[in-house]
Design a protein around this ligand. Sequence first.
Ligand SMILES: [Ca+2]
Ligand SMILES: [Ca+2]
Length: 305
Amino acid sequence: MRFTPLAALVSVLAVATCTPVERGAVAPPSGPAFAHVQDLDGTPDMIVDAKTLATSWVVYDQELKESFCSIEEANLAPGKYRLLRFTVVTPNIGDADIYIGDPNRHWDPNGDGDGSDSDGLFENNACHRHYHFRNYALYQLIDSTGKITKARKNGFCMIDVKPYNEDAPPKSWVYRACGRPARPELGLPEVPGNQGISVGYADEYYKWLGGQYFVLNDPNAPLIPPGQYTLRIWVNPPFTAKKNEPCPAVDPQGFCHMFKESNYDNNIGEAVINIPDHPGKKGYGPGGGTDPVDEIVDDEDRPDK
Ligand SMILES: [Ca+2]
Ligand SMILES: [Ca+2]
């Protein structure tokens, strides 16, 4: 099935994803951040791991607490909501790394603490005080008639979370530092980042991260009734640049993408899901069976379980 990028984009709610609880200082990554060999010879190619999507989704009634940045971003009052949560894995199956580098220098190239010279690749998130790569992925929930009932764009820290090369022994990761803006009010300097996704590695957004959900009973939006739906994830999705918005790469159809790929036609992963009448305490769906977990910060310590 083919979907027109324009139709998909029209319905997008531009909700920046964020992550949850501010933990103050970022713990250092578990190894050196610049340890391994970069491969920039060729072109990256991102896909969405549909198998992970199909086995991770879960519907919960979950308390969204005041401390969660994602409720501020979604304009929700704290309280209990029915959520569809899911894990997104985006492997690079191309023949070169996606190389982003230090978000501090994308957001503030001349290092004067003012983002007016930003290249537009990142947002400096006000709630978490860290960077989000813009337009990294588009999440959509589609009903049985084909109507897009929910959509959001998510932005992330892009790093090598786990190997994806199933037929060869995994090589070393290369990119594992999200970076962080300075916090002058706390006397904290900026933390340099090194973002990218190397060949044979995947970035992963586990379902407990902030923003890894749709609210099915959002009081500010139409109720999503029980039934069968398609969950569609689109990595590096096409978009039409607005005024002053960057367009780093253009596909053969003329749509913008945030980074160049050798193939833009394999960027969608889908799973069929069922929204139940009553999800139960431990959730309904293949990703259920446990109590819901409070949101987790999207940084280099993000969990993969
Ligand atoms: Ca691709
Ligand atoms: Ca500047």
